[in-house]
Write a protein that binds this ligand. Structure first.
Ligand code: CDP
Length: 228
């Protein structure tokens, strides 16, 4: 029977890179749930929905034609006819995504969609022949898949997370780049933590601190938890 690996963590903890790598090496599906919230945010803007109108946001997201392609070698996010994989990574979206993600109606819809992606990856006749999935986000170990076979919380010190994000977004971790990243990382974590707990491990969740690990070491640490 297939395996479900749930990984949570704050921005810059390395969960996307590590999660995708783990899925690829084990032949599992890969679900980036943050990308789903980003796609919902993209869709609301596209539809001209006022993000302060909670009910309008909930209704818009409920009819969003979202398709998550979960092959880790070519993970794509498609909304209707539009491949939004790159468009959802812009600063514009990053700055406002928490507004959509803290909408409880949106979260309820996401929970259903995410559980169905997990169920799909466990179906023997599905594309992953029932091998399973790595699902990654902020509330996978606690809310979406608390019964996952492996549950990991990736943590890293603030300075390490800021430096990583600055390098990703600005190609540098000098003071200006770090300053430009603060809102996107710290303010967003603070907003997100009003609806999800991802800074303290829940019962049965294994914590991996990646602050002083490079990518290879972080991957090895996570692989070891999965192998146990
Ligand atoms: O990669 P990073 O951690 O910066 O963000 P992300 O994983 O792309 O997630 C984007 C946003 O989606 C987060 O800031 C949260 O607002 C939201 N999110 C969530 O609420 N619950 C999840 N399980 C995953 C993401």
């Amino acid at each position: 029977r297939g395996v479900v690996v749930a990984i949570d963590g704050p921005s810059g903890s390395g969960k996307s890179t590590i999660g995708r790598h783990l899925a690829a090496t084990r032949g599992l599906a890969y679900l980036d749930t943050g990308a789903m919230y980003r796609a919902a945010t993209w869709w609301c803007r596209e539809e001209g929905v006022d993000l302060d109108d909670e009910d309008a946001v909930r209704r818009a997201v409920a009819v969003m034609p979202l398709e998550m392609r979960t092959d880790p070698a070519q993970a794509r996010v498609v909304v209707g006819d539009a491949d939004v994989t790159d468009a959802i990574r812009t600063t514009q979206i990053t700055t406002i995504v928490s507004k959509v993600a803290t909408n409880l109606g949106v979260r309820a819809w996401m929970r259903v969609r995410q559980r169905s992606e997990i169920a799909d990856a466990l179906r023997v006749e599905g594309s992953f022949e029932g091998r399973g999935i790595v699902a990654e986000g902020r509330d996978i170990t606690t809310v979406v898949a608390p019964d996952a076979d492996v549950r990991i919380l990736l943590l890293a010190r603030e300075d390490a997370r800021l430096a990583r994000r600055a390098r990703e977004v600005h190609g540098s971790d000098d003071d200006d780049a770090i300053a430009a990243t603060r809102d996107q990382v710290l303010r967003r974590d603070a907003d997100d933590s009003t609806v999800s707990t991802f800074t303290v491990a829940a019962d049965g969740v294994v914590t991996v601190d990646t602050s002083d690990l490079d990518l290879q070491q972080a991957i090895a640490a996570v692989e070891q938890v999965v192998a146990e």
